[in-house]
Design a protein around this ligand. Structure first.
Ligand SMILES: *[C@@H]1O[C@H](CO)[C@@H](O)[C@H](O)[C@H]1NC(C)=O
Ligand SMILES: *[C@@H]1O[C@H](CO)[C@@H](O)[C@H](O)[C@H]1NC(C)=O
Ligand SMILES: *[C@@H]1O[C@H](CO)[C@@H](O)[C@H](O)[C@H]1NC(C)=O
Ligand SMILES: *[C@@H]1O[C@H](CO)[C@@H](O)[C@H](O)[C@H]1NC(C)=O
Length: 425
């Protein structure tokens, strides 16, 4: 009995000594990779998903409190849906010198896990996709780009690939040291030029570039609603700020009909013939409204876990007043807006509509005029149908319903009501 009692004390002493040695060793190394908000959180860490193939990361989760630093990274997420202006918001972040930006990395998760259905509503598929997405996002925010490789096809060899989705949309991946085709003076490399001229993407270099930047921003259009991200938002290893971008569902529908010509073919038939095809996939519209409603209801109910981490932005407000809105976004992020962002806004928001036709996924070029141009493109019965399906979310977001075709086409009457969504802080 006595002996085991002594053994316990001895063991305790030994473990203190070991911990102390470990601490001494670890504090001499930099720990920017695994920021954690406070020492209290260290008990929550660990677990199987914390392993990382990137060197220097392994020790982090065991002694997370050493990484606490006032200058920790901000992990920015642009949460949106297709054709809601997310590329534009992405660019507002991509242009910033301190931000490492990735365009829709979840594309690879979706094409690997659910190759056939592009917008599966199957609950099981959705769960698998969400779980994988959260893990991937968490890794990417830690600049662990190797994690993404398991979803890229064909599998990258020697950590090199030329299949990263929309690589050219990320400034850091088109400039030194990741790509040496352009010099530091080539300020705005076109996406296509980047893909053409840069050699295959070296993921090691890309991860290094990510670590060099103060912040990481990721554009996401494959997560249905903010509630699906709760586990990630609450994860002490990430310091996330979500910018949720919404747009009038009538505008989204119109834009998708123009852009995704195959998928939305039946909607075009409806528009052309004035008769709704019996086999029209209505979920292409209802899903947008349900997801917005879910997200916005959660966001605006100010749950404690979103405190200081959620901002709702309407695409229409951004189009009308890009500079002001961008300043508000940077204010929310707690980052100074830099000159290059401002310049980018100047050159990309007053141009002609010719440019917008050039890029299928292009950003808002002729922004203010674009915001309500859907009114001239959709037929009144399609609008009426959308209003009936989405009336709750239209009301919540401040988009006015029209009662007649005349009202719809009368552009001197805006359908966007003044509404401010103050970030919950
Ligand atoms: C903490 O931030 C300071 C600058 O604010 C920096 O010099 C230092 O290297 C950082 N330490 C760690 C461990 O990241
Ligand atoms: C990977 O690198 C090794 C060693 O440099 C080389 O022998 C091999 O051919 C490379 N594989 C591919 C697919 O490039
Ligand atoms: C990628 O970059 C790293 C770091 O510079 C380098 O060691 C590695 O050889 C490069 N990989 C390839 C395949 O060129
Ligand atoms: C358009 O709306 C405005 C403002 O409500 C109204 O004064 C005007 O008469 C309308 N024009 C037409 C052609 O209905």
């Amino acid at each position: 009995m006595q002996c085991s009692w002594k053994a316990v004390i001895l063991l305790a002493l030994a473990s203190i000594a070991i911990q102390y040695t470990a601490i001494r060793t670890l504090t001499s190394k930099p720990f920017q990779l695994c920021p954690v908000p406070s020492p209290q959180n260290c008990g929550l860490l660990g677990g199987p998903e914390t392993e990382s193939p990137i060197e220097g990361r392994a020790g982090c989760d065991d002694y997370p409190y050493f990484s606490f630093n006032a200058s920790r990274k901000t992990h920015i997420m642009v949460l949106a849906t297709t054709r809601s202006g997310s590329s534009f918001v992405g660019q507002l972040l991509n242009q910033h010198a301190d931000i490492f930006y990735l365009f829709e990395p979840l594309y690879h998760v979706q094409t690997t896990l659910i190759p056939r259905l592009s917008h599966s509503r199957n609950a099981a598929d959705r769960r698998v996709m969400l779980g994988a997405s959260r893990d991937l996002l968490r890794s990417l925010y830690g600049c662990d780009l190797y994690f993404l490789e398991s979803y890229i096809k064909p599998a990258p060899a020697n950590h090199t690939t030329d299949k990263l989705f929309r690589r050219g949309a990320s400034r850091a991946l088109c400039s030194l040291p990741v790509c040496d085709a352009f010099g530091p003076t080539d300020a705005n490399v076109e996406e296509g030029d980047c893909v053409k001229k840069c050699a295959s993407l070296n993921m090691t270099l890309a991860a290094d570039a990510c670590r060099e930047k103060r912040h990481v921003a990721i554009k996401v259009v494959r997560v249905p609603e903010i509630g699906d991200l709760r586990a990630l938002v609450e994860d002490p290893r990430v310091n996330i700020k979500v910018i949720q971008l919404v747009r009038d569902p009538r505008g989204i529908l119109s834009s998708r009909i123009e852009t995704f010509r195959d998928t939305y073919r039946l909607w075009r038939i409806w528009r052309a013939t004035g008769r709704r095809p019996y086999n029209l996939d209505l979920s292409q519209l209802t899903v947008v409204c349900e997801d917005f409603l879910g997200s916005v209801s959660t966001g605006l109910s100010h749950p404690h876990w979103l405190k200081g981490k959620y901002m709702l932005v309407r695409y229409e407000d951004l189009s009308r007043n890009p500079l002001l809105k961008t300043m508000e976004i940077y204010d929310f992020l707690g980052l100074p807006m830099d000159k290059s962002v401002e310049e980018w806004i100047q050159t990309n928001t007053r141009g002609s509509t010719e440019l917008s036709a050039k890029h299928k996924y292009g950003t808002v070029r002729d922004s203010a005029a674009n915001a309500e141009s859907w009114r001239l493109k959709l037929s009144y019965d399609m609008v009426e149908y959308t209003q009936a399906t989405c009336h709750k979310v239209l009301h919540q977001l401040g988009y006015k319903a029209v009662k007649s075709a005349e009202e719809l086409k009368n552009m001197s009457l805006s359908l966007v009501q003044e509404k401010t969504f103050v970030p919950f802080s």
